[in-house]
Design a protein around this ligand. Structure first.
Ligand code: BG6
Length: 462
């Protein structure tokens, strides 16, 4: 039988997580420290309820159980990341054999359960030794990352067919160098621009290394795209929205898919004296970093209007000098996370990719709803998260429409599989198909997990 929303054959149904957010064992198995371990040592009170990554959901010990649970709710794909500091504790040099064995077992277990592993090589977790060299401000770190990527391709490239260089590379730029929610908590636009540029170089170097090995698989990048909607069609509003789009979306989207930066972005950076240092050969490197596959994380749009007041230019130069956010009346909100829910955003993104980015093969690599105090919705031992089912269905409906019109979207991954540790927000907002009991580590499927199992089985829903 055909469902009202029937998805293409071999559609990817699954979820995503990351190493630091799920493994635990932050100081075990020979892992080196990353910036999250360091930041917690320095400022534990910056983390919600003072909870560190050591409290992540024990995937390191319990991956077999967890993979069985994935299978139970219809996963045919799962994305996680490799922890750089687990595999290479100081970022470069000796490879940790315990980690090699661990990731090998995870991959084999996924494949044995017919779950295709999607592996990302950097999900916010810079090794401390690399941060000490300057993090993404340093070209040495770019090289070390490319070597780390190379090691991963050699070790697992025979079994892993879908690789991603970075998850949301703009987030460490925003968090670490503009808005103070990631280590090293710097506020400096020019340094942020350098970090962004060098991350793109690191991405492209890794793509080159992957292609040089002539493996049978694909390499991509995962970007969080935030459609930037102007308050009105007035020139000033449109211009403001365009600047937000250039800075937050196109700064990574254009080089990853088209191999080049938008001229308007370069002009903007030059005009404001914020250009990162570019060396000979860099642009050729970036041109070679065009991806086979794009992961799109979509949570919320940006509602933008022209600045209402003149900016105080005594403070640090920030993107917000050029636009204001606008609270559109009547917009639907997730009150817990404070993010707007706008399902049509998925359609707008996919249509933009189809029309302006050569219809690059893509999938929704994250979408999800974080809810605080989810225990309120427990009945008979289960979280009855009908709001999450509505959320997923709403987004899938628009995804379906985009695909009907020719968008090249191959799947949908929820953020996330089991409620996971979320950086400085720790366990404030729960996102999982499974509820995690923090005391006992018990996993209990939520109603959304059961719904997802059915949708995956039917490859659609009514
Ligand atoms: C995405 C990240 O930006 O959002 C994840 O890739 C993160 O790592 C997720 O956990 C949810 O964020 P938060 O802050 O609401 O927990």
């Amino acid at each position: 039988t055909t469902m009202k929303y029937q998805f293409p054959e071999n559609f990817w149904w699954g979820s995503a997580s990351s190493a630091t957010q799920s493994e635990g064992a932050a100081f075990d198995g020979g892992k080196g420290d990353n910036i999250w371990d360091l930041w917690y040592q320095e400022q534990p009170n910056r983390f919600f309820n003072n909870v560190s990554a050591t409290k992540a959901s024990t995937f390191y010990q319990n991956y077999q159980t967890d993979i069985a649970l994935m299978k139970e709710i219809g996963h045919n794909t799962f994305r996680t990341s490799f922890s750089w500091s687990r595999l290479i504790p100081t970022g470069r040099g000796e490879v940790n054999q315990e980690a090699v064995a661990f990731y090998g077992k995870v991959i084999d277990e996924l494949i044995a359960n017919d779950i295709e592993p999607f592996i990302c090589l950097f999900h916010f977790d810079m090794p401390v030794a690399m941060q000490e060299l300057g993090g993404w401000e340093s070209r040495e770190v770019v090289e070390a990352y490319a070597d780390f990527a190379d090691v991963c391709f050699k070790l697992y490239g025979d079994r892993v067919k879908h690789w991603f260089t970075f998850n949301e590379p703009i987030v460490p730029v925003e968090g670490g160098y503009l808005y103070d929610f990631h280590y090293p908590n710097v506020v400096d636009f020019k340094r942020a621009a350098t970090v962004a540029f060098n991350t793109m170089l690191a991405h492209a170097e890794a793509v080159k290394r992957y292609r040089a090995q002539q493996l049978d698989g694909q390499i991509g990048i995962i970007l969080n795209l935030t459609p930037s909607y102007p308050r009105s069609q007035n020139t000033a509003d449109v211009k403001a929205a365009n600047i937000a789009d250039l800075l937050f979306n196109r700064s990574f989207l254009d080089p990853s898919v088209k191999g080049e930066y938008p001229q308007e972005l370069i002009a903007f950076l030059q005009e404001h004296d914020q250009m990162p240092a570019c060396q000979e050969g860099d642009l050729a490197t970036i041109a070679a970093g065009n991806v086979d596959l794009l992961g799109v994380n979509y949570y919320q749009p940006r509602r933008i209007q022209a600045k209402l007041h003149t900016v105080n230019t005594d403070g640090p130069f920030l993107p917000e000098w050029f636009f204001d956010y606008y609270e559109m009346p009547g917009r639907k909100m997730n009150p817990h996370r404070g993010w707007e829910i706008y399902e049509q955003g998925v359609y707008d993104i996919l249509t933009n990719l189809r029309e302006n980015y050569g219809n690059i093969p893509c999938y929704i690599s994250e979408n999800g709803m974080g809810v605080e105090g989810e225990e309120k919705f427990i009945e008979n031992g289960q979280v009855k998260d009908d709001y999450r089912i509505d959320f997923i269905k709403g987004h899938l409906t628009w995804l379906h429409k985009a695909v009907q019109e020719g968008a090249n979207c191959k799947g949908y991954h929820l953020w996330t599989f089991i409620d996971n540790w979320s950086w400085a927000n720790a366990y404030k907002n729960r996102y999982g198909f499974y509820r995690l009991d923090l005391e006992t580590q018990t996993r209990t499927v939520k109603r959304s997990g059961e719904w997802f199992a059915q949708a995956s089985k039917a490859n659609g829903f009514d």
